[in-house]
Design a protein around this ligand. Structure first.
Ligand code: C2E
Ligand code: MG
Ligand code: MG
Ligand code: MG
Length: 286
């Protein structure tokens, strides 16, 4: 009997699946190594305020520089990190990096205005209060105001276990960090979620932005509606993936508050971040 079921498995497990599973297994092992060997790094994409025309913050994005395969995109390795649980240590590392940068900038007292740094957080990191504990511990050891840290969550998180999520988000708010609802409009979001959960800022997904500069395109109306609706409940809006000047102009007309995208800047290294910051007096080149 056991033999039979074993044979069945072999039959169902065709070659493609085998290659895929093997690749995945290899990737899993390599990711474990990557975390230990520091092959992962963060890049930072500026977020522009349309009103002040200044960079008001950055989104921290993970990068994996594989020694043989070159750069691997977060879209490919974050899901594996989530399934294997590696996302917990990875996520903690992201928190510590972001807070370390904020702490240094705050202590240096050289900036006209402090930027905010946003981190992305997966649903898995909310399980057993993991991310909450990390944030509480890290923020208590740091000396900058907690509102300089942004926490980006996605709509799917709000759907998973609403009472737990609500508690967790309220804890983050109590710590003083700012909550962003990422990729807004792509999931099964309902407008009521925006008022039920303690979200501070909406990040409108780039899929709404792509065609807004085309005459009579429906996405322009949707985009405007999202901005107006958010403003109606006192939430500011960041437009993601802004690539052209005409998209910027439409968004500006609609009263969008912030933009992020290749038009203004691609994600940059930690060193390059300084080019986007305004210093109290001119710094001599380092
Ligand atoms: P996201 O949080 O929605 O991040 C925005 C993504 O859009 C980034 O992709 C960014 O590089 C890309 N982007 C920015 N401007 C433009 C533009 O003008 N045009 C286009 N086409 N794309 C633009 P990236 O860096 O590949 O990250 C993909 C996703 O991976 C992120 O989406 C986020 O969900 C996830 N991710 C990245 N870092 C982390 C992390 O530290 N933790 C977790 N849990 N997830 C992360
Ligand atoms: Mg994000
Ligand atoms: Mg996003
Ligand atoms: Mg997005």
């Amino acid at each position: 009997k056991a033999k039979n079921s074993g044979l069945e498995k072999v039959v169902f497990f065709d070659e493609d699946m085998f290659t895929q599973a093997k690749q995945r297994f290899v990737l899993e092992q390599e990711l474990t190594k990557a975390v230990k060997q520091q092959q992962l790094s963060l890049v930072f994409q500026p977020i522009y305020c349309l009103k002040t025309e200044q960079v008001s913050g950055f989104e921290a994005l993970l990068r994996w520089n594989h020694p043989e395969h070159g750069p691997i995109s977060p879209g490919d390795f974050i899901p594996i990190a989530e399934e294997t649980g590696l996302i917990l240590s990875l996520g903690d590392w992201v928190v510590s990096q972001a807070c370390q940068i904020l702490e240094r900038l705050w202590k240096s007292q050289t900036l006209v205005e402090m930027p905010r740094i946003n981190i992305n957080v997966s649903a898995k990191q909310f399980e057993s209060n993991h991310i909450i504990n990390t944030l509480r511990e890290t923020l208590s050891q740091c000396h900058f105001p907690a509102h300089l840290l942004g926490v980006e969550i996605t709509e799917s998180m709000l759907l998973s276990d609403s009472s737990c999520t609500l508690n967790a988000l309220e804890e983050i708010k109590a710590l003083g960090a700012i909550i962003y609802l990422d990729d807004f409009g792509t999931g099964y979001s309902s407008l009521s979620m925006l008022s039920e959960y303690p979200v501070d800022i909406v990040k409108m997904d780039h899929s709404f932005i792509r065609n807004i500069d085309q005459q009579g395109h429906k996405s322009a109306q949707l985009c405007r509606a999202i901005i107006h609706m958010s403003h109606a409940i006192s939430l500011n809006v960041v437009a993601e993936g802004v690539e052209t000047q005409s998209q910027l102009e439409v968004l500006d007309n609609y009263g969008c508050n912030y933009i992020q995208g290749f038009l203004k800047a691609k994600p940059v290294s930690r060193e390059e971040m300084t080019h986007y910051l305004r210093y109290k007096c001119e710094l001599t080149s380092e």
